[in-house]
Write a protein that binds this ligand. Structure first.
Ligand SMILES: N[C@@H](CCC(=O)N[C@@H](CS)C(=O)NCC(=O)O)C(=O)O
Length: 207
């Protein structure tokens, strides 16, 4: 059976759990990381030398870490024609947006998320929070323009590309920051919210 290591409130674990649910895969998940600990044991470091979550072990013993790589692996192995676009050009479109998420959305989101969710009000770096929020919105606008052309990130149907960005989009709208009007992003977000797997694994309280 597929085993997933990682607490469920990690955005990177949420990507994996949402993909697992969309694909209907039998699995077990173990809570490790933050308050659960368990990332610095010899056993865990043998699975992932970075001591980070998510880390998965498939039933044939394949170990994968790096959340987007895990989503790609699961999509390729279990989601041909659904999460995994079989056409090379469409797959490249999905890939580029997955990589773009890591470079354009995560860096500005980190100070906003940590500042507003994990830092006491009196200790917040408000300038860093504001700068991060502004850059995040500027970058979401780029995706908003893509979503004006296609209903999902990489075309007409949900694919692996929607997963990392969909996880980040929930956080963006859940954070108490200004949200400039982006109708196409919002319409896509509404479509994600209609999916049971997204609601169950992604739309949980930020912590
Ligand atoms: N680039 C990695 C980042 C992994 C990462 O930083 N994971 C965080 C959780 S989101 C972690 O393991 N933090 C330590 C902890 O939870 O204790 C990925 O996408 O998987």
């Amino acid at each position: 059976m597929l085993t997933i290591w990682g607490r469920n409130n990690s955005i990177n674990v949420q990507k994996v759990m949402w993909a697992v649910a969309e694909l209907g895969l039998e699995h077990q998940r173990h809570d490790v990381g933050r308050q659960f600990g368990g990332l610095d044991t010899a056993e865990f470091l043998a699975l992932n030398p970075n001591g980070l979550i998510p880390t998965i072990v498939d039933d044939d013993g394949t170990i994968v870490w790096e959340s987007n790589a895990v989503v790609r692996y699961l999509a390729a192995k279990y989601g041909a024609g659904s999460l995994w676009p079989e056409d090379a050009a469409r797959r490249a479109q999905a890939d580029r947006w997955m990589d773009w998420m890591l470079g354009a959305i995560i860096p500005p989101m980190a100070p906003v998320f940590v500042g507003l969710i994990r830092t006491a009000a009196e200790q917040r770096d408000n300038a860093a929070i504001e700068a991060g929020a502004q850059l995040m919105s500027k970058n979401w606008r780029i995706l908003d323009r893509q979503l004006a052309a296609t209903p999902y990130v990489a075309g007409e149907v949900l694919s692996m590309a929607d997963i990392p960005l969909g996880c980040a989009c929930y956080r963006y709208y859940a954070l108490d920051i200004p949200h400039p009007e982006m109708p196409h992003l919002l319409a896509w977000y509404e479509k994600l919210k209609a999916r049971a797997a997204y609601r169950e694994h992604v739309m949980i309280e930020l912590s």
